[in-house]
Design a protein around this ligand. Structure first.
Ligand code: S3P
Length: 183
């Protein structure tokens, strides 16, 4: 079981999907599973039920997805690490990669985003991202087994870095099977 944590916009879903394909494992995006369960967008759910209710659903989905075994690649939502139980489950039952990005890089990548409720309505998204980063960077580090810097590299390079680390750690002795992803 492999999981990815990190700030919104750090590339968890994109990198996770490529890594899963390369290893021949199923891929799950926890936000996507949450939306299937709640039957609406996360943004709408935040507005109607509030953040604590969303975090309850998120914790249930993480507990269901993260099980011992080689199973799958899971990309988590940026706030999944806020709850101790989620961090503990992720760390104990999966190999956790933290895709680390600076708030400046994230602000650039998310400048047209309209989906992420925590970034909507902020007149200064960079300031908001800096605050979130300060709160969360220590939690991502505590939860992760490996930290991957996402500053400059392409998706292809990031995927290769994750795969190399998996191979070095001897986590999947029979993998990889598929050819490397195209740049
Ligand atoms: C959140 C990040 C989102 C989503 C929700 C809350 C957060 O996921 O789970 O909007 O608290 O940072 P991404 O990291 O995939 O954007």
């Amino acid at each position: 079981m492999i999981s990815l944590v990190g700030m919104p916009g750090s590339g968890k879903s994109t990198v996770g999907r490529h890594v899963a394909r390369h290893l021949g494992l199923p891929f799950f995006d926890s936000d996507h599973v949450i939306e299937q369960r709640i039957g609406c967008s996360i943004r709408a759910y935040f507005e109607s039920h509030g953040e604590p209710a969303f975090r309850d659903v998120e914790a249930q989905v993480i507990a269901d997805l993260i099980r011992p075994g080689p199973g799958a690649v899971v990309a988590t939502g940026g706030g999944a690490v806020l709850r101790d139980a989620n961090r503990e489950a992720l760390h104990a039952h999966s190999t956790v990669f933290y895709l680390r990005s600076t708030p400046e890089d994230l602000a650039r990548r998310l400048r047209h985003d309209t989906h992420r409720p925590l970034l909507q309505g902020s007149s200064d998204p960079l300031k908001r991202l800096r605050t979130l980063y300060q709160e969360r960077d220590p939690l991502y580090r505590r939860c992760a087994h490996y930290v991957i810097e996402t500053g400059r590299p392409s998706v292809h390079t990031l995927v290769s870095m994750v795969l190399m680390q998996i191979e070095l750690a001897g986590l999947l002795p029979d993998a990889p099977k598929a050819p490397p992803p195209h740049p």
